[in-house]
Design a protein around this ligand. Structure first.
Ligand SMILES: Nc1ncnc2c1ncn2[C@@H]1O[C@H](COP(=O)(O)OP(=O)(O)OP(=O)(O)O)[C@@H](O)[C@H]1O
Ligand SMILES: [Mg+2]
Length: 418
């Protein structure tokens, strides 16, 4: 079975102690308002050996329609319930706690319960024997803040605490949508193994924004081209430096993905990936920094005519081919789903190779995306590796896969262990 060849480099290194689920008390006290220092309560009923990163428990306050807490299982967690009850919201809460971002929205204020001002997500993470971290995410208006043991942490530091990889229908845009989705996919993955990359991206985007204001004012004839060229000089210098860092990181990451990618999944078609720079075919990419600097100088007039930046990694793409054909244009819906799964598994594998830990794996509406045979193969493969959370509205799914799972019935925002 091809899936079994995933993580081959780590398969023997598994030291996982199974069936430790449900042995922690829900530890959250009423700590309100949050963030006033001091460690959370760390009462322990009994100590166990942990060799993986686990979300042991989760508690929410004023987060969408959710109520209460969940004590998570260490392997597969199935959240089941009819439509509109809060299954996806529980996954979203985990995603925010793990990655500081939501797979559902960039406007986190939408997640605050209607009529309330502040939402809080708290989670306890076990990483090794007797090492537990109390994480907390607070969303208030446009601001989000993150705490470890009650102490506020900058996002970059906080991001090293926990990580999650998501598989849902929106993520399908990575394999069938615009280049922007694929760039974002790469950037998210790179950030997960190298948090300072967030800053590089922010710096790059800031420069592009400033440059675009300037280019727009040339187009609007508010300033003349000669003046703009002079003003663009320092921006382009900065841009070259940030662009080079982004280009290198993405090229290197795609190389690592290719190394871990099982090229034939569920079938005989071969998947290949390539980072496609928008500067390809125009000169020597191996000396990227000088090359992009040259291109920026050469294209000033064209950029001024367009009124926005035409040169840089914000125009690049990740090419995904199935048997040599563009997956986006020629792949069937099933092939696209399978390849996305393949990409996410490769992401998980790269993360594990780097961090020696598996991220959480969140699969929303799992059976809307994959048939039971593939799900069976996938879950069998993930068992003992990732802590996995799946949602479904089908009772037949639970009948098929409950044997090795913790099952939660989700109704009106509550998740009740079955
Ligand atoms: N900010 C909010 N405040 C209160 N309720 C909210 C908020 N945002 C969303 N909801 C509610 O959350 C519910 C949807 O939850 P969710 O998307 O998790 O459902 P689901 O169980 O995944 O359903 P499905 O099976 O259809 O995917 C809706 O009833 C919606 O009104
Ligand atoms: Mg849902």
């Amino acid at each position: 079975m091809l899936l079994n060849t995933y993580f081959k480099h780590t398969a023997n290194a598994e030291l996982i102690q199974k069936k430790h689920r449900s042995c922690y008390p829900v530890f959250f006290g009423p700590k309100w308002p949050p963030g006033r220092g001091g460690a959370g309560r760390t009462t322990r009923r009994r100590s166990v050996k942990l060799s993986r990163m686990f979300l042991e428990s989760l508690e929410v306050e004023n987060f969408r329609n959710l109520h209460g807490n969940v004590r998570c299982g260490h392997d597969l967690n199935i959240l089941v319930g009819i439509n509109g009850q809060g299954k996806t919201n529980w996954l979203e809460a985990i995603d925010i706690l793990a990655t500081t971002r939501s797979f559902k929205t960039t406007r986190l204020q939408e997640t605050v319960l209607f009529g309330e001002e502040m939402a809080v997500i708290r989670g306890r993470v076990g990483r090794a024997e007797d090492i537990h971290r109390d994480l907390q995410a607070v969303i208030q208006g446009n601001t989000k803040s993150f705490y470890v043991h009650g102490k506020r942490e900058p996002v970059q530091r906080y991001l090293t605490q926990l990580h999650a990889v998501v598989f849902n229908s929106d993520e399908l845009e990575v394999v069938r949508g615009t280049p922007e989705h694929r760039r974002r996919f790469l950037d998210r993955a790179i950030t997960s193994i190298h948090p300072p990359y967030v800053q590089t991206l922010a710096d790059y985007n800031r420069v592009i924004k400033q440059k675009n204001v300037l280019l727009q004012s040339v187009q609007d004839e508010k300033i003349i081209l000669e003046k703009a060229t002079e003003l663009l000089g320092p921006w382009n210098e900065q841009l070259s430096a940030h662009a080079t860092r982004i280009h290198r990181s993405r090229v290197r990451y795609v190389q690592r993905l290719n190394e871990t990618l099982e090229k034939r999944l569920f079938g005989t078609e071969e998947v290949t990936m390539r980072y496609a720079s928008s500067l390809e075919g125009k000169g020597d990419l191996s000396d990227y920094e000088n090359f992009i600097a040259e291109r920026l100088t050469l294209r000033v007039q064209a950029e001024a005519a367009a009124g926005y930046s035409l040169v840089g990694p914000h125009r690049d793409d990740l090419e995904i081919l199935l048997d040599g054909h563009d997956l986006r244009k020629y792949g069937s819906a099933g092939q696209q789903r399978s390849v996305l799964l393949l990409l996410q598994l490769a992401n998980i594998s790269v993360y594990h190779a780097q961090q020696q830990e598996y991220p959480l794996f969140l699969l929303d509406d799992i059976d809307a995306e994959l048939d039971y045979q593939r799900i069976g193969q996938l879950l069998e493969f993930l068992q003992g590796k990732t802590q996995t959370f799946v949602t479904t509205s089908k009772e037949s799914f639970v009948e098929n896969f409950a044997a090795k799972a913790d099952v939660f019935d989700v109704a009106s925002g509550h998740a009740n262990r079955r």
